[in-house]
Ligand binder design. Structure first.
Ligand SMILES: Cc1cc2nc3c(=O)[nH]c(=O)nc-3n(C[C@H](O)[C@H](O)[C@H](O)COP(=O)(O)OP(=O)(O)OC[C@H]3O[C@@H](n4cnc5c(N)ncnc54)[C@H](O)[C@@H]3O)c2cc1C
Length: 407
């Protein structure tokens, strides 16, 4: 085994290793580099993935991405939402509630909300990380705390020492086991079907720049355009039965998807019919963690707070984590103190969204009846865009700076 010291030797004396080069890990690389910190991202895959499907990127992430300096690249590939969270009744498409974004979101929150392909978001973040700071084909196999450093081991037999290690290695995180008692994620009993339909095959209603959610008993289906409007992203949720595959490559069929939404508004059939070979994905569940850090080791993104995608905030919260972490590590020379502040600001917010996303499963999937009618009445009350203000107006860097001045 050979041991080397991480980093390229610029910025502050702190050497940070990020394990995982997904949206959270690359965002950590980008924000830490921008803060002048010596950072290297280690990703197990031999190349940064084109995998995934659509994502909503809300104003609270857009304002952070703008500061990384490559937002134009993202905006070219994304679609600006005119309406978000347009909840429709499963049987007849009646609109229950909607966030009217056009001309209002930017006015209220300083940024708009976008939908995009995951690869386009990943690429916009990657552009803010110098290539020599990303090491591919490096799978972390273990972490060892030393007296005043952390040793990270990789499957090629090498090891690296760093002052701080950030586990951004997703829901099956290896690093998480150094922070809390290791335990596998549990199956939620739900699965997601994901598909991209070429816009020329998709019905007109699905081509609108609208994040549309059809909600009904035990199921819901979301669609919106991505890739500058060239494709329509579909993600549909329903009971998983005994299906437990959790991978980007696992597949379902259009026939299965049609059967899941049998009896729903016939417009959905027109869309689903063109879904090609949909991906199928079992949704995992984890309870919020009471702590994310142990000494010089911390977590972010799905490694810290995997959440059901029902508030569309998983990737967005990973970006917020990354921005806040960089502020904390840049301000404090003692990593343990930095990580204490990081946790103090991030655990309540990401944990709240994790819990709300969890609760949303039952709320979205209520059967017809009085509870469903009450839900619809609640959803329809007031101005939905204003109600989401606590999510959209949040600035993770400002929150970190304020917390740092208080400690
Ligand atoms: C159906 C669905 C829809 C979603 N929709 C939205 C949405 O609209 N908006 C939104 O914000 N979020 C959404 N999400 C959530 C979002 O995809 C995740 O929260 C986000 O991708 C998490 O990013 P991450 O970087 O933390 O983890 P990941 O994306 O899982 O990245 C982890 C990385 O670590 C690497 N890795 C793992 N183990 C190791 C190791 N041992 N050594 C080195 N590298 C390792 C992996 O290869 C991977 O590249 C959705 C999720 C799903 C399933």
């Amino acid at each position: 085994m050979s041991i080397s010291v991480s980093g390229q030797g610029s910025g502050t004396a702190l050497r940070v290793v990020v394990v995982g080069g997904g949206i959270g890990g690359l965002a950590a690389g980008a924000f830490l580099h921008r803060a002048g910190i010596d950072v290297t991202v280690y990703e197990q895959a031999p190349q940064l993935g084109q995998v995934g499907a659509g994502l909503v990127v809300s104003p609270n992430a857009v304002r952070l991405l703008r500061r990384l300096g490559h937002l134009d690249r993202f905006l070219d590939a994304a679609v600006e939402l005119e309406v978000a969270w347009e909840f429709r009744r499963w049987q007849d498409g009646e609109v229950i509630s909607a966030e009217q974004m056009r001309g209002r979101c930017e006015q209220l929150y300083g940024e708009s909300s976008y939908v995009c392909h995951r690869a386009d978001l990943l690429e916009a973040i990657r552009a803010a990380v110098p290539p020599e700071l990303i090491r591919l084909g490096m799978k972390c196999t273990g972490i060892e705390e030393l007296t005043d450093a952390v040793r990270v081991r990789f499957d090629d037999g090498t090891a690296i020492e760093a002052d701080v290690v950030v586990g951004a290695d997703g829901v099956h995180s290896t690093v998480r086991g150094s922070v809390t008692t290791p335990a596998p994620a549990t199956y939620s009993g739900m699965c997601a079907y994901r598909a991209l339909v070429p816009a020329e095959n998709a019905p007109e209603f699905s081509r609108r720049p609208v994040q549309t959610l059809w909600i009904g008993p035990d199921h819901h289906l979301v669609h919106y355009p991505v890739s500058g409007g060239r494709n329509i992203n579909i993600v549909a949720f329903g009971p998983a039965g005994d299906f437990t595959d959790e991978s980007w490559s696992s597949q379902g069929t259009v026939a299965e998807l049609l059967a899941e939404f049998d009896g729903w508004d016939p417009r959905l059939r027109e869309l689903i019919e063109h879904a090609g070979t949909p991906g199928r994905w079992a949704l995992l569940d984890r309870a919020p963690l009471p702590r994310w850090s142990n000494g010089r080791i911390t977590l972010l993104g799905d490694a810290a707070h995997p959440m059901f995608p029902f508030f569309a905030q998983g990737a967005v919260q990973a970006i917020e984590d990354a921005a806040a972490l960089a502020q904390c590590l840049a301000a404090e020379s003692d990593p343990a103190r930095s990580l204490a502040v990081y946790e103090r600001i991030r655990i309540p917010r990401a944990g709240r969204l994790q819990q709300l996303s969890h609760d949303r499963k039952d709320i979205n999937h209520l059967p017809d009846g009085p509870e469903q009618r009450q839900r619809d009445a609640e959803l329809g009350k007031g101005d939905a865009l204003v109600r989401s203000g606590w999510i959209y107006q949040y600035d993770a860097e400002t929150a970190a700076k304020e917390a740092l001045t208080r400690c």
